[in-house]
Design a binder for this molecule. Structure first.
Ligand code: C5P
Length: 260
């Protein structure tokens, strides 16, 4: 990635989640991981990838500790004086947090990557594949992995004899065509802006179904291209995920933790 091309890419890091499912009593991004914090790993991964001219971090609204942490991370990367940093208050859901950060994207930017702070171990190769796809003309691109489990859809149901509430299977999509989607997701700036303008028109019940930015592009009829993700980009949601990520960083798995 040349410096000139890098200067035109902004990376939004959404770190405004509560981390309730992780149960650490603090926002997920501040949770300790491998001697620092989850956010530090996510930010360092973005900087190391060398693809960002601007980094916009969405933090829980009013969380001064998180703002200070972002300041420390920016200071730790003073070797890149041209890198622009912004910290914004996130919103009530992920989409609102992305929208708040998107408002900070500078006029020199033409492409935006949206990355979850909850995927702190994403390898450089994934960032590079997403950026390369944008350079190849994709207006929306996601990293993804083939799924190993059989996935079924379900609907609410009742057991015939007791009437007890349960779920029953309504379908089984062909596994060979299913992908588990990760971040960073890459977009041409205008496409992401239009996607979020569209999101702002959704009624709350529809908005609640939006779990990533690519869904918005799909809903507008846009093509979303797929590049190879990485098993190292695991999303840290539960205490088990945190154990695994810690093991990858400092435990017996470390010698095997190679970029992929
Ligand atoms: O909770 P969820 O799986 O949607 O979180 C994915 C990412 O979105 C996390 O990095 C989290 O910090 C972020 N998020 C956010 N603002 C919210 C909710 C989640 O930035 N209101």
């Amino acid at each position: 990635m040349t410096e000139e091309a890098g200067a035109r890419c902004a990376v939004i890091i959404v770190a405004a989640g509560s981390g309730e499912r992780l149960g650490q009593g603090m926002p997920k991004a501040r949770v300790p991981l491998g001697g620092s914090t989850m956010l530090a790993h996510a930010v360092n991964g973005v900087v190391k990838a060398g693809i960002a001219g601007q980094i916009c971090i969405a933090v829980p609204a009013g969380d001064q500790e998180m703002v200070e942490l972002c300041g420390e991370l920016a200071a730790a990367h003073a070797e890149q004086p041209d890198l622009v940093w912004n910290v914004v208050d996130g919103g009530a859901d992920r989409t609102a947090s992305v929208r708040a950060a998107l408002a900070m994207v500078g006029p020199d930017i033409s492409t935006v990557l949206v990355h979850d702070a909850a995927r702190p171990l994403t390898p450089t190769g994934v960032f590079e594949r997403v950026v390369a796809a944008l350079r190849d003309g994709a207006k929306a691109v996601i990293p993804a992995l083939a799924v190993v489990d059989t996935i079924k859809t379900v609907v609410p149901a009742e057991f015939p004899a007791t009437g007890a509430g349960v779920e029953k299977v309504s379908g089984t999509p062909a596994r060979s065509r299913l992908r588990a989607v990760q971040t960073p997701q890459g977009f041409e700036l205008e496409t992401l802006r239009r996607a979020h303008a569209y999101a702002a028109t959704l009624v709350p019940a529809e908005a609640a179904q939006i779990t990533d930015d690519a869904m918005l592009v799909e809903a507008m009829g846009g093509d979303v291209f797929v590049v190879q993700g990485s098993t190292h980009s695991l999303k840290i949601t539960t205490p088990m995920d945190l154990l695994l990520a810690d093991a990858m960083l400092q435990g017996p798995l470390r010698p095997r933790w190679v970029e992929g």
